[in-house]
Design a protein around this ligand. Sequence first.
Ligand SMILES: *[C@@H]1O[C@H](CO)[C@@H](O)[C@H](O)[C@H]1NC(C)=O
Ligand SMILES: *[C@@H]1O[C@H](CO)[C@@H](O)[C@H](O)[C@H]1NC(C)=O
Ligand SMILES: *[C@@H]1O[C@H](CO)[C@@H](O)[C@H](O)[C@H]1NC(C)=O
Ligand SMILES: *[C@@H]1O[C@H](CO)[C@@H](O)[C@H](O)[C@H]1NC(C)=O
Ligand SMILES: *[C@@H]1O[C@H](CO)[C@@H](O)[C@H](O)[C@H]1NC(C)=O
Ligand SMILES: *[C@@H]1O[C@H](CO)[C@@H](O)[C@H](O)[C@H]1NC(C)=O
Ligand SMILES: *[C@@H]1O[C@H](CO)[C@@H](O)[C@H](O)[C@H]1NC(C)=O
Length: 727
Amino acid sequence: MRISFVSTGALISFTCFIVESWGQLGTFTAVNALPTLGAATAPSVDRSFVSYSIELSAITGFTSNQFLTNLFNIWASRTGALPALRVGGSGVDKSYYDPTQTVATRSVYGPNITTSYFFGPSFITNIASYFQDIGITFGLNLGDPTANWNNTVQFAVAVYQNLPQLHLFEIGNEPDLYVTNSFRSEPWYGVYYAPQWMQVAKLIVAAISPNVQFQGSVYSGPTNRDFNVRTLIGLGANNTMFKLPVYSEHFYSQSFCSARAATRVNNLINHNIIVSQLQVFPQEISAVNADNSEFIFGEANTVTCGGAPGISDTFGAALWLVDWGLTSASLDVRRVHIHSTLNTDYSMLIPKMYQGLQPGVRPMVYGMYFLAEALALPELGSDTTFMVTPISLSPNLGDISAYGLYSNRVQKPILASLSTTITQSSTTTSSSTQTLSTTVPVTKTSVVTTKINMVTKISTSSVSKSTKTITKTVTSHTVRTSHSVKTIKKTITSRKVSTFTTTGTKNKKKTSWKTSKTVTKITTSTSRSTVTLKTTSTIKSLSVSKSTSTKTIYSTLTKPTTSTSTYTTKITSSSISTSLTSFPVTFTSTTTYTTVLTPTQAPDGNYLARAIVLNLSPYNTSDPTVLNCRSCSQASPLGWGTVKSRLNTTVSLSGFQPFHTLKLLRLQAEGLNAKSGVNVSGLTLSDDDGTVVTPVTAESVIVNAFGVANFSILATEGVLLVDETIL
Ligand SMILES: *[C@@H]1O[C@H](CO)[C@@H](O)[C@H](O)[C@H]1NC(C)=O
Ligand SMILES: *[C@@H]1O[C@H](CO)[C@@H](O)[C@H](O)[C@H]1NC(C)=O
Ligand SMILES: *[C@@H]1O[C@H](CO)[C@@H](O)[C@H](O)[C@H]1NC(C)=O
Ligand SMILES: *[C@@H]1O[C@H](CO)[C@@H](O)[C@H](O)[C@H]1NC(C)=O
Ligand SMILES: *[C@@H]1O[C@H](CO)[C@@H](O)[C@H](O)[C@H]1NC(C)=O
Ligand SMILES: *[C@@H]1O[C@H](CO)[C@@H](O)[C@H](O)[C@H]1NC(C)=O
Ligand SMILES: *[C@@H]1O[C@H](CO)[C@@H](O)[C@H](O)[C@H]1NC(C)=O
């Protein structure tokens, strides 16, 4: 039994979340991934990312049949590389080499506990022949300094000579807990441990070769005293003084060594807890990277001290492996070695009948397979690796955890031949210049972020204006007065009578003469005339007839900066009808416009190739047939079925290439507490030997014009989306 504790930081956060308030997620959620990494970088995931850690004393049980080989090969069939193996654990500091021993493994028991293990030469050759092509890290005894670690050095020499796949030596296991585990007494700090480690490492180098490589630290975590990698490196147990390409620390999500009552399956899949527990590692990882070395979790699992039944052996552990594994990978943890023994609840598999347990696979194996599919090579022989980054979500989506995997190959995504038409309608009342707005919900998908050629067809049905010509005839009468002036010559005869008096008689004498004279005569006359005037006037008026005009406007929409952009297409009167310019009248038009989006070739970049979305909303099944598994030590408790129905959430995930078809796989089971019936889209593995019983039946999703893929995900389920054309 190994004894270790979760880090202090982990315990604090764990306490914070201990109050159970579990609401299932709502029915719709949007997740926006970036289509390319752009200038950002993210750690690439090692092809052996999920690897194994097996106790020395358990190795011969695992090598007794092909179970483990079959699981190794299934992983490699997807990712292109076999998992790695760390041979070690708490038994390391009680392990000795006996060159005279014929059996591979011999345990020596004290009155109450196993005191020590002895390994013979066949132990090493057995590992060498079973784990072919597997990179091996081998744990050596630091706990027992007898004879200046003479046996430890002997063991190292024998392993080096007989195990060609040896990659690294570890010296000691969780030395930060040596006082608790009775290997050292106080004072015991990193400053005491480092010189001892260096002393043994130097002995090994001297006995073998300067090329011997080590895996450093092997601490249970970075929060106990000065037991952390930063200090260790400064003390000289580092990659400058030794060949130390990898540092390892251990990770357990919960503790079963002491506070058993505090363990919770719900907390295992709480994303906030996972993120919080991992917070203490980035400073360790930076220190390691600065030493030109890599950081791994060389031993990890759900719950310490063998695991907890009902937690470590449930579907919850499968979801935990995916979420914790991907968060770790995104922090540049290069590998995680899941710890297994022959009889513990946290083992991923039980390879053979042992201490009352039947052989079989546990749910966590399906989590591992799901990750193998996520990291699967895009094509045979590909050298692609995937860079992983968490997709940031709004804080109220605590139950959703999402990751993007980006190809490390800089490429242009292949465009699908499909195209789409989006039809939108609007009715506008406007003056002669009208503005039509179309909201294109463009996501940050590469293709759409470059350029959209938009063809807008406008059909305008409007009350048309006409001009009318009226001819008016006016008849008028005029009375005219005219004056004529005439000059006439007139002869006037004048007479004169003269009277005379002669004898009383009046005598008269008549005398006559003629005179001539000029006179002026004015004549006034009146005349009547008739005049006809023809007047043409133009009267502008609205006619009652309706006219319909169709116009096609070509426009190019350029790069939107936000996730949703409003494009404005201005339609001036001239683009509809010239007569409208003459005078502004208000008209009503119903415009139907169609936007045809044609994707343009995206630029070179690191494109989103896969996405993982986990719905960590806890849901328990009450179906008793899945509450136990063949290799489990006991069934999940009855009566924990979630009363509410299992919520089915629609996720709108953006970031994939428009019109591409994605492969969709589900990591699924009847509930968090299920121990059997777990599968990855129908893929099931044999409890007898770990081979595939039923294959994967993938679903498919077509990405829309805006790079959005819609799919449903149940509470307590994982979804993987794969774009197989991103190489
Ligand atoms: C082992 O058992 C003996 C008595 O049989 C006891 O005195 C001793 O403390 C035990 N050791 C451990 C480590 O429990
Ligand atoms: C271990 O000690 C023995 C003598 O007791 C010695 O012969 C042998 O060389 C030592 N081995 C190493 C690796 O130091
Ligand atoms: C490694 O150890 C040596 C010797 O103590 C020391 O000089 C060096 O600074 C250390 N390297 C780092 C990166 O701290
Ligand atoms: C699910 O069942 C487990 C026991 O198997 C229980 O501890 C847990 O609280 C339950 N979770 C929910 C959400 O009902
Ligand atoms: C979830 O809902 C989708 C439709 O939104 C449906 O196609 C699917 O079958 C549902 N899943 C389950 C398990 O009910
Ligand atoms: C896979 O799991 C789902 C959900 O529990 C279940 O409906 C389905 O029958 C399982 N498929 C197989 C092949 O076991
Ligand atoms: C995806 O779902 C959202 C919300 O239900 C919906 O508005 C959108 O049209 C859907 N997209 C596709 C491509 O089905």
